[in-house]
Design a protein around this ligand. Structure first.
Ligand SMILES: Cc1cc2nc3c(=O)[nH]c(=O)nc-3n(C[C@H](O)[C@H](O)[C@H](O)COP(=O)(O)OP(=O)(O)OC[C@H]3O[C@@H](n4cnc5c(N)ncnc54)[C@H](O)[C@@H]3O)c2cc1C
Length: 289
């Protein structure tokens, strides 16, 4: 059976302290085998130019391949294509192609020029620029704006048919839900890997509040187990690590082989992750994962 593969998501740092944490975590995770590090675009209140700087710096400094997130909402085709071309020129071969959340400047962008209409259209545009390896987003708990469960899955199929190599899921906590989602996807002809998005639980209140915005379901049992006050810091850290290890183990039992860890720029210890074999660096830099 194939060993599990891990990728790690970061957001661009905004402060000098954040910058130190970003590079410290990247440095420590560089010692692990990783399929890629991905860097978000304009998410969590960061400005898009900060993403461009972080991607270009990471591409220069890291041995692990970098996947740059790109969102088309709020930009004209020409504006976002220019960013994609600058990534290609910086040697970034992987893009996570996204709509992005509804932005106030979306209508304004349409007055400046032609805009991509949806993610498949965006993927077509990206592939005209360069044969990027493309990941897209998917939602085991269903995207809050989707018209229905089936419409959400159909939207994913259209993104895969446009040329995406894998779908990275929004974080979720119910392995049965993930399995059902993957089975439903296979039934409608989606055969690329459905990468499991994993959010380590550090602060349950922020997990609950973030989940409410993105439509992820947090089981009551998790909220109860992680609720503050009952445990000291060390007990909580152990609970968090045990939950992460057990969640990944359960997914491996269901044949999941690629995990995308939402690090929030903090160090994560993955029991199943192997130290990097330096002799294999050229292999891990390939686009096979
Ligand atoms: C792995 C991952 C990485 C992400 N990275 C970033 C990032 O770097 N920056 C960032 O800003 N956001 C990021 N997001 C959030 C993402 O941009 C939002 O979830 C966005 O609302 C949908 O993007 P999408 O690419 O899935 O779009 P789509 O595939 O178009 O949408 C997914 C589903 O939601 C429905 N939907 C979404 N928006 C609308 C709408 N306006 N009108 C009608 N239907 C809609 C679609 O019909 C479809 O069913 C990420 C999400 C994931 C899962």
């Amino acid at each position: 059976m194939k060993d599990p593969v891990f990728s790690y998501e970061f957001f661009p740092p905004r402060t000098p302290l954040g910058e130190r944490r970003f590079w410290r975590t990247i440095g420590r995770l560089e010692a692990q085998e990783a399929a890629f590090f991905s860097i978000t675009y304009g998410a969590l209140g960061t400005a898009q130019p900060q993403s461009v700087t972080a991607v270009e710096n990471a591409a220069r400094e890291c041995d692990t391949p970098i996947a740059a997130h790109l969102t088309f909402e709020g930009s004209t085709k020409e504006e976002i294509n220019a960013v994609a071309r600058s990534y290609r020129d910086a040697g970034v071969d992987r893009i996570v192609a996204l709509r992005g959340d509804a932005r106030e400047d979306a209508a304004q962008a349409r007055t400046r020029g032609d805009c991509y209409k949806d993610v498949p259209d965006f993927i077509n545009g990206l592939l005209e620029i360069h044969p990027f390896d493309i990941s897209v987003a998917c939602y085991p708990d269903v995207h809050p704006k989707a018209k229905s469960v089936d419409a959400d899955l159909q939207a994913l199929k259209e993104k895969i048919d446009a040329g995406a190599n894998r779908a990275i899921s929004q974080f979720f906590f119910d392995v049965d839900e993930y399995e059902r989602f993957r089975d439903r996807a296979a039934v409608i002809g989606i055969h690329v890997p459905i990468v499991a998005g994993v959010l380590p639980i550090r602060d349950i209140d922020s997990v609950v509040s973030f989940s409410a915005k993105c439509g992820a379901k947090v089981p009551d049992s998790l909220i109860k187990a992680f609720s503050k006050g009952a445990q000291d810091h060390d007990t909580m850290a152990k609970l968090s690590q045990d939950q992460l290890d057990s969640f990944i183990d359960q997914l491996i039992e269901r044949d999941c082989r690629h995990f995308h860890i939402y690090t929030l720029n903090q160090m994560v210890n993955i029991k199943r992750c192997r130290p990097r074999q330096l002799l294999d660096v050229s292999v891990s830099r390939g686009l096979s994962a």
